[in-house]
Write a protein that binds this ligand. Structure first.
Ligand SMILES: [Zn+2]
Length: 163
C-alpha cells in the first residue's frame, strides 16, 4: 500500500519584456487585441478587454467583454470570442488567442490572465477540438506572457470525462 505522497504540478511560460520582442505573427495578434479593446462594452467596470484568435484555417475572430446593468449577465472577452469562433467556424481549432485590456483606472502595463470561468471554457474548447490554444497575454505596455496551452492554467480541472 502506498503511503501518503505529495504530487507536484509544474507550469512554465515565456515572458517577453515587451511586445516588440514577440515574433512578428504574435506581435500582430496582440496589437489587434489592444485595438479591439475599444469595441468593448464596459461602462460599469471601465475595464475594456479585447481578445483576438487565429484559427487553424487562418481566419481571425475577435471578442470583447460585454457588460450589463445586471452585473452577472456580463460576458468576458475570451468567452465572447470562443462562442463567436465556434458559431462561425464549428470544430475548427484555435491556434492562438491574444488578450489585452485597457482600464480607465489601472496602468495597463502588465498582462492579465483569463478568469476562472474562462479557463474552464478554454479547457473544454481545447478538448473538443483536440488542439491546444496558445495564449498571448499583454497590456498596452510592459511584459508579455506566452502560454503554450490554456489548459495549463487550470490544473486538476473538472472535465466532461467525469460525466
Ligand atoms: Zn473570464
Amino acid at each position: 500500500m502506498l503511503a501518503m505522497h505529495e504530487n507536484k504540478f509544474e507550469f512554465s511560460y515565456k515572458v517577453y519584456n515587451n511586445i516588440d520582442e514577440l515574433p512578428k505573427e504574435q506581435r500582430t495578434l496582440l496589437k489587434k487585441a489592444q485595438q479591439v479593446c475599444e469595441q468593448a462594452y464596459a461602462p460599469y467596470s471601465n475595464f475594456h478587454v479585447g481578445a483576438v484568435a487565429k484559427l487553424l484555417n487562418g481566419e481571425i475572430v475577435t471578442g470583447t467583454n460585454q457588460e450589463n446593468a445586471s452585473y452577472p449577465v456580463g460576458l468576458c472577452a475570451e468567452r465572447v470570442l470562443l462562442a463567436s469562433a465556434s458559431s462561425q467556424f464549428p470544430n475548427v481549432p484555435i491556434e492562438t488567442i491574444a488578450v489585452s485590456y485597457k482600464s480607465k483606472f489601472q496602468k495597463n502595463d502588465h498582462p492579465v490572465a483569463p478568469c476562472g470561468i474562462c479557463r474552464q471554457t478554454l479547457q473544454e474548447f481545447e478538448g473538443r477540438v483536440n488542439h491546444p490554444v496558445q495564449l498571448i497575454l499583454g497590456g498596452m505596455t510592459g511584459e508579455v506572457y506566452v502560454i503554450d496551452s490554456a489548459s495549463k492554467l487550470l490544473p486538476l480541472a473538472f472535465t466532461n470525462e467525469e460525466l
